[in-house]
Design a protein around this ligand. Structure first.
Ligand SMILES: [Fe+2]
Length: 219
């Protein structure tokens, strides 16, 4: 839940401007390229992120820390009311990386300070074997402040992001409208496996349904 009235200026004006602009752009690629052009300008405004981190430390109601995404280090900063885009912040401790994953939408990634590593993978198998996946590293990039990288949805954007430095950093991601898939895929390149990961609120409903089903069968 994003309480729009609490989003600090000038961040709110930037979000509103992006919302208006993306309303005029219909195709996915053009929206992604618009954000690719715009995100470096937002990342340059370090004071915005300093203020957001201060608010988190002070226990302010914005950003809402009760929001739970797939990743533990994820904070929802803005969710467009028409779901055309969202802006999320991720905090990485030194040497911390996400597991390898895909996304249900395009994304544009960058950092306002520090260095961020993005590792892109190609999937070599055709997905025929359940729970198995073979990946190879396709690219490895260190993003410095203001530099951005695009991630495409599903198999075209399998990646891992993280912090190669000895200081805590933040990553800012702008995601487009998600596809109608309720989970993302988690990969293990060494074990050559893949599994579905649901956001916590969907995961809880699913396990409750499974428990209810086994309860009914045992009655
Ligand atoms: Fe990602």
């Amino acid at each position: 839940m994003v309480r729009y009235a609490l989003i600090p200026e000038p961040f709110r004006s930037i979000c509103d401007r992006w919302a208006k602009q993306l309303q005029q752009i219909n195709d996915r690629n053009s929206r992604m390229h618009y954000i690719k052009q715009e995100l470096p300008g937002l990342l340059e405004k370090k004071s915005i992120f300093y203020e957001i981190l201060e608010k988190l430390c002070a226990g302010d109601p914005y950003p809402d820390i009760r929001y739970a995404g797939v990743f533990d280090n994820e904070f929802m900063l803005y969710l467009d009311k028409s779901r055309r885009f969202s802006i999320r912040m991720y905090i990485y401790n030194p040497s911390e990386y996400t597991w390898i994953h895909d996304h249900n939408s395009w994304g544009v990634i960058g950092t306002p300070f520090g260095s961020l590593e993005v590792i892109g993978y190609d999937r070599l198998d055709n997905g025929e074997k359940e729970s198995q996946a073979k990946l190879i590293v396709a690219k490895r990039k260190i993003l410095n402040p203001g530099e951005v990288e695009i991630a495409l949805p599903l198999n075209d954007g399998i990646h891992q992001t993280g912090n190669p430095t000895s200081k805590t950093i933040i990553m800012i991601c702008v995601y487009g409208t998600p596809l109608r898939r309720l989970y993302i895929q988690r990969y293990d390149d060494k074990a050559q496996t893949v599994c579905k990961v649901y956001p916590p609120r969907i995961h809880r409903k699913r396990v409750a349904k499974m428990a209810l089903d086994s309860f009914s069968q045992s009655k």
